[in-house]
Design a protein around this ligand. Structure first.
Ligand code: IPE
Ligand code: IPE
Ligand code: MG
Length: 247
């Protein structure tokens, strides 16, 4: 293998897609796919922890997913509630720090409270940081950041001339978190679907045909192998990168 063989992404972001199709292929209703997804989440979290990934961001429910039939939305929200009840103790034991990103005010109060409790419980942990995106949209995130900067400006605390990429980044949901190095999408579609629009600017993208409930450690391994073999140039030439970045 190349000189990059041991390179592990510091931040992995995943669009967990294909639950409905997985269920349908088995003659089951869509909810069965959402239920089966949970086991895969558990495995992927465990595997990323074990490999020393620092941050894992999972896209669980998008701003646009509210447009699905009421029953499906209700079922998914119920599964989040159950998962929080069942999984948090284990995550805490495994030193995982849990955080939720997204429009929290759109969620049921009970879910929001459980999320806040899980965040508070695990805030001091030093293992994997697991960020779960619920009611999240990349455009929502950028608009909210712009509004916050506008408020600072209107209050006379911020000079518009001082607004730069880092100031805007500080107002985003992933403030303080390094950008994803690797973004994986399962389910065969090759699109971003309004995930982390700002933060994915230079992520390596890995699209995988496997439906999320069928995603296994071997598929994660393929993504990591591909990542390790890629040359990330960030606009520079290959010669510059090989000379150590500043040549
Ligand atoms: C991803 O699976 C889960 C959510 C978006 C909540 P889907 O439910 O989108 O499954 P497909 O894409 O219809 O198969
Ligand atoms: C993206 O999946 C959102 C999540 C996985 C949470 P969708 O199934 O909603 O994406 P589109 O609508 O097919 O692009
Ligand atoms: Mg889908």
């Amino acid at each position: 293998m190349s000189q990059f063989a041991a390179r592990i992404p510091r931040h992995v972001a995943i669009i967990m897609d294909g639950n409905g199709r997985w269920a349908r292929a088995r003659g089951l209703p869509r909810p069965a796919g959402h239920r089966a997804a949970m086991k895969v989440v558990r495995n992927v979290v465990q595997e990323c922890s074990r490999r020393g990934v620092g941050y894992l961001t999972l896209f669980a429910f998008s701003s646009e997913n509210w447009q699905r039939p009421r029953e499906e939305v209700g079922l998914i929200m119920g599964l989040f509630l159950d998962a929080l009840e069942r999984e948090v103790a284990d995550l805490h034991e495994n030193r995982v720090r849990l955080r939720f990103i997204g429009a929290r005010e759109t969620l049921a109060a009970q879910l929001d409270q459980r999320m806040a409790a899980a965040e508070a419980l695990t805030a001091g942990n030093d293992g994997l940081t697991l960020l779960v995106a619920v009611s999240y949209g990349g455009r929502w995130d950028i608009v909210r950041a712009a509004r916050r900067l506008a408020q600072e400006t209107a209050a006379g605390r911020l000079d518009p001339a001082d607004i730069d990429e880092s100031r805007l980044g500080e107002q985003l949901a992933l403030a303080g978190v390094p950008d994803p190095d690797l973004m994986i999408r399962t389910g065969g579609e090759q699109r971003i679907s309004n995930f982390l629009l700002w933060n994915l600017a230079y992520s390596e993208l890995f699209f995988c045909d496997v439906l999320w409930p069928a995603f296994e450690v071997e598929h994660l391994q393929s993504a990591f192998d591909q990542f390790a073999a890629r040359e990330r140039r960030f606009g520079k030439t290959s010669a510059q990168v090989q000379a150590g970045g500043d040549a």
